[in-house]
Design a protein around this ligand. Structure first.
Ligand code: PLP
Length: 489
């Protein structure tokens, strides 16, 4: 008998939410999300709250007593929504996109509902096997080198982000070049890594996190198109070798963050092969373009890569987080990351016939992320995903052509896919005025970079529901702000 019953009162429910209530609030929340997604384009894209404003609207202390769920949901509208930047708005052109879709959201919901922790095959065989299968499907969908298939010596795994993929690749490369000593003896002061001066900051972070140290990372120079210069890479590797250092890791980028530049993989691959250096290819944003045969040129030379990653959570309608990471030889990765404590030993793993993905990543635990990939790929079909990519690329190319034809604007880089980089021909302050003007209006959201030390506006066309009318509206704003503040008075 509970204390309440002993005291003659009614027994308090031990369930804060009964199955019936869960069903009711679940429907209500799905309704809320569906409405949000149809209305999202009406909101100012960027949150306008000031630092601390959201916390100030929250109670200073946690509730002692249970609260009704409708009150919590109404606080989502009252407290949370003002602090949301609407990444799913079709008017979101900032950074790189983080696009999602209805089937993906349902996949995420099912993953939470099943609550599986898939660290080992034996902790939920479907979690591992669906993931292996999806990663193999994606090799076919993107026409990646077949050496990445799990049926040979390679294989793919879902990482949270491209940053984690880069770190895992670097650790595998370190173990390969030191024959395991890196793990046992710690930092190797002589190891040197290479990437271009346009690579994403996650490569430097990986080098720091692995203990290689950023002084041991060389930023190789780039050409006029912001792509890594393979001759410069070769020279710097030779210089390091001559000085007794050990080149061990090169990260090339397919679609750099600032300008969407494509590093020349065949030439970089030759340099790596000649020098016995691990080649990682980071196609975080641009990889999904290879769903379309006409864009598969971006992966020319990928057969040289020891590892490769791209992010369905950027441009394949799969919600964050979902990075697909492949290796040519899974033994390299597993020998870098596998540690087997007694409490994880199990019969299935001992047979060697199953994959334990805990050995392919930094954390032990992992969610059932393959569900959202499965739901998206089946709901869209490869055809539907291709149509989205093609729409984004053609909208970006049209915008680039308009910019090129405008008397006051100029392109700051080529537009190989869906990122348009431009500036005002009168210089940085005129460029800044366009950026500030558009962002202050709030109907669209743009971000910037610097190329050749000049301010550049980036227009990244990649939201799931971005259509011509959204880019047209953005173009109207760009033209208005390009002609100066008087035009906007
Ligand atoms: N690599 C490139 C080329 C990127 O553009 C980005 C992010 O925009 C990243 C890596 C890092 O992505 P993630 O957030 O998945 O670590």
């Amino acid at each position: 008998m509970s204390e309440a019953e002993a005291a003659g009162g009614e027994a308090a429910s031990t369930e804060p939410m009964s199955p019936e209530e869960f069903r009711r609030w679940g429907y209500a929340l799905v309704d809320w999300i569906a409405r949000y997604r149809t209305e999202v384009e009406q909101y100012p894209v960027r949150s306008r709250v000031l630092p601390g404003e959201i916390r100030a609207a929250l109670p200073p202390h946690p509730p002692e007593a249970p609260e009704p769920f409708d009150r919590i949901l109404s606080d989502v509208d009252r407290v949370i929504m003002p602090g949301i930047t609407h990444w799913q708005s079709p008017n979101f052109f900032a950074y790189f996109p983080c696009n999602n879709s209805e089937p993906s959201i349902l996949g995420e919901l099912l993953s939470a509902g099943l609550g599986v922790q898939g660290m080992l095959w034996s902790t939920s065989p479907a979690c591992t096997e669906l993931e292996t299968h999806m990663l193999d499907w994606l090799v076919e969908m993107l026409d990646l080198p077949r050496t990445f298939l799990s049926t040979g010596e390679g294989g793919g795994v879902i990482q949270d982000t491209a940053s984690s993929a880069a770190l895992c690749a670097l650790l595998a490369a370190r173990e390969r070049v030191t024959s395991g000593e890196g793990n046992r003896l710690g930092t190797h002061g002589n190891l040197v890594a290479y990437t271009s001066d346009q690579a994403h900051s996650s490569i430097e972070k990986a080098v720091r996190a692995a203990g290689t140290g950023s002084d041991q990372l060389r930023l190789v120079s780039t050409d006029a198109a912001f792509a890594m210069d393979p001759a410069a890479l070769s020279r710097v590797i030779e210089t390091d070798r001559a000085a007794g250092r050990i080149p061990f890791f090169v990260s090339a980028t397919v679609g750099t963050t600032s300008s969407n530049a494509m590093d020349p993989l065949p030439e970089i691959g030759e340099v790596c092969r000649r020098n016995g250096v691990w080649l990682h290819v980071d196609a975080a944003m641009s990889g999904p373009a290879a769903l379309c045969p006409e864009f598969r040129w971006i992966h020319r030379g990928l057969e040289f890569a020891d590892s490769y990653c791209f992010n369905p959570h950027k441009w394949m309608a799969v919600n964050f987080d979902c990075d697909c990471f492949y290796v040519q030889r899974r033994a390299d990765l597993i020998s870098a990351l596998s540690i087997l404590p007694e409490y994880l030993r199990n019969a299935a793993s001992e047979t060697g016939a199953v994959i334990d993905y805990r050995d392919w990543q930094i954390p032990l635990g992992r969610r059932f992320r393959a569900l959202k990939l499965w739901f998206v790929i089946r709901t869209y079909g490869v055809e539907g995903l291709r149509a989205m990519i093609r729409r984004h690329v053609s909208l970006a190319q049209e915008l680039a052509a308009r910019i090129e034809a405008h008397p006051l604007l100029e392109l700051a880089a080529d537009t190989p896919l869906n990122l348009v980089c431009f500036r005002h021909s009168h210089g940085d302050s005129a460029t800044q005025a366009i950026l500030d003007g558009i962002n202050a209006e709030g109907r669209a959201f743009l971000t910037h970079t610097r190329l050749q030390d000049r301010l550049v506006i980036r227009v990244s066309v990649g939201q799931t529901h971005t259509e011509r009318r959204h880019v047209d509206a953005l173009w109207e704003g760009i033209c208005r702000w390009a002609t100066g503040p008087t035009a906007n008075a």
